[in-house]
Design a protein around this ligand. Structure first.
Ligand code: NAX
Length: 333
């Protein structure tokens, strides 16, 4: 057993599809490194608690050298006690006949309770990544509910969209996904998101020089990334799970370790007005993680008229989501 203090990670929805695909990799050391012990606090509700008992048995059966202990619970205060990271995956899915407004209202209440419990029980330095949809607005609710915790430590996941965008640009350019860098996902994790190809690079060259079919970039590429989740659901009969878990782990790693020179990664953070975005919404944008663990929004990017127009659409949607959630909760967000 390595001698470092364990990093304690809480995961809600731990027995669900994404949770199940994520926690074994966290326990194996794939996120925080091969010499960093980890502890898992797994949180479920209802029938998920029965399934969770089996997941805990499987974790034991893996005999992971880095896993120090596992807490499995339905109690939020117990689940978030002294944690360093919260991965909030559990959320109520949209069902047939349910309006988007209803879904926002139901999940809004869940994230108030979780935010409050994180504020009470977690370490004051805790970082929170929200995956459960609508993840941007859920993250805003959690951070507003965890009153005294720094807003800088709350994030919503747009990394799956970034990974999808990189993969599609690489396929078009005949390159590998790892050759594609500087892809920023702006705005909401929804079909209004804007995957910015105008600042992307492929093998160090502007993507707009490598891919000369600009109509493809503006139309097919943007739309395919926006709708990729729906296409996966249609093919698989279930929403993206392994790729979503992988993106969640990529996000944790990207926020834990300094970003390599010249690169950046995408995640939604609380807008303070950078690039003219309305303050007070969780907005996807390109960020860099610094050596001290703090992060900064990448500054000085040129956003052309096309990009500005797309960003305005997703900004409008997030403002509407915030208003709907605030109305459902009867509070100001
Ligand atoms: P599943 O339905 O397989 O699992 C969800 C699990 O969460 C269930 O086990 C359920 O019991 C549990 N749960 C529900 N409410 C809870 C609560 N209040 N506290 C603790 N646990 C709770 O869904 P899964 O496929 O794992 O997806 C989880 C969430 O991720 C959904 O909201 C989904 O929309 C969202 N996604 C977000 C993505 C992103 O990029 N941000 C992409 C993938 C995914 O669509």
């Amino acid at each position: 057993m390595a001698s470092k203090t364990p990093i304690r990670v809480a995961v809600t929805g731990a027995a669900g599809n994404i949770g199940y695909a994520a926690i074994f990799r966290i326990a194996s050391g794939a996120v925080f490194g091969p010499d960093q012990p980890v502890a898992l606090n797994l949180i479920e509700v209802g029938p998920g608690l029965n399934a969770l008992a089996g997941v805990v048995m499987e974790l034991a059966d893996c005999a992971f050298p880095l896993l120090t202990d596992v807490v499995a619970t339905g109690d939020l205060d117990e689940g978030f006690r002294d944690v360093d990271w919260c991965l909030l995956i559990g959320a109520v899915p949209r069902k047939d006949g349910m309006e988007r407004k209803d879904l926002l209202g139901i999940n809004a209440k869940i994230f108030v309770g979780q935010g409050q419990a994180i504020g009470r029980a977690a370490k004051k330095t805790v970082k929170v990544l929200v995956v459960g949809n609508p993840c941007n607005t859920n993250a805003l609710i959690a951070l507003r509910s965890a009153a005294h915790l720094p807003a800088e430590n709350f994030f919503a996941m747009t990394r799956l969209d970034e990974n999808r965008a990189k993969s599609q640009l690489a396929a078009k350019a005949g390159a590998h996904a790892s050759d594609v860098k500087n892809v920023g996902i702006w705005g909401n994790h929804s079909s209004t998101q804007y995957p910015d190809f105008t600042n992307a690079t492929i093998k160090g060259r502007p993507a707009t020089e490598v891919i000369t079919d600009h109509a493809w970039l503006k139309e097919s590429f943007v739309s395919d990334v926006q709708k990729r989740g729906a296409v996966v659901i249609k093919a698989r009969g279930a929403s993206s799970a392994a790729s979503a878990a992988n993106a969640a782990l990529d996000t944790l790693r990207a926020l834990h370790f300094p970003t390599p020179a010249g690169d950046w990664h995408s995640v939604a953070v609380l807008s303070k007005g950078d690039y003219g975005i309305t303050p007070g919404i969780m907005f996807g944008c390109p960020i860099r993680t610094k050596a001290d663990g703090q992060w900064e929004i990448v500054q000085g990017l040129t956003l052309d008229a096309f990009s500005r127009e797309k960003i305005a659409i997703t900004e409008k949607e997030l403002l509407e989501e915030r208003a709907t959630a605030a109305e459902a909760l009867g509070i100001k967000l």
